[in-house]
Design a protein around this ligand. Sequence first.
Ligand code: G3H
Length: 258
Amino acid sequence: IMMREISGINEIEVQLKKKLNLEDVIVVPGNSDEEPWVKNELGRACALRMKACLTGNNIIAVTGGTTMAAVADALTADFSNDQQEVLFVAARGGIGEDVENQANTICAKMAERSGRKHRVLYVPDQVSPEVYKSVVTEPSIKEVLTLIKQANIVLHGIGDALVMAKRRKTKDEEMEKILQGHAVGEAFGYYFNEQGEVVHRVQTIGLHLKDLPHVEHVLAVAGGVSKAKAIKAYINSKPKSTVLITDEGAAKQILACS
Ligand code: G3H
């Protein structure tokens, strides 16, 4: 607590909450672009917050990315108690990430570390609309989709649009759409411009933007000065009742911009 007061983190949280008009904001010290340990702090802060959200019956839908992986690393066996049911579910099917960054991998790890169960969403990347239609009628997939819609907690990262598009080896024509649309931010497969409008979305099943208002707790975790624009863009899309967990680097950068 002393450290937080000395570094003025509490004041930054108050200002950022006001500026972004969010329900709650948590800021950890440092800049995760520069210091890797800051991402672990983001993970820890998210794990704590998530723990505080738990009720008797929990379905936690999880997306991918390195920040979500840090959240998984922060989970331990005392995450939940015997009175609490917890199921981790992958929020999205394949969206072009390498295995270690995929929602499936991360949600399996969260379950393993916390001693709980998980369900994955096996959907191949980049399938045709026809294949898609039949995939979603598969009973095993349908079941997971139903669980996602029942999630009371959603955890997701926010990425810089171009960084994410490149990392996912996005096809030229989609890249064109992302560039033409001036996308700056990305979250669970949706690409947003500065105004928070969706300019592109990866065709995959799972959690959609329109599902978020029905989720009790949405925790968005993203830090680093380089993500300031992306975070602002996503928040401009007015996601309902999101708790933002970020770092000092991103927070100060957002506060410095008009
Ligand atoms: O959707 C956003 C990305 O998953 C963020 O990825 O945490 O590796 O920056 P990252």
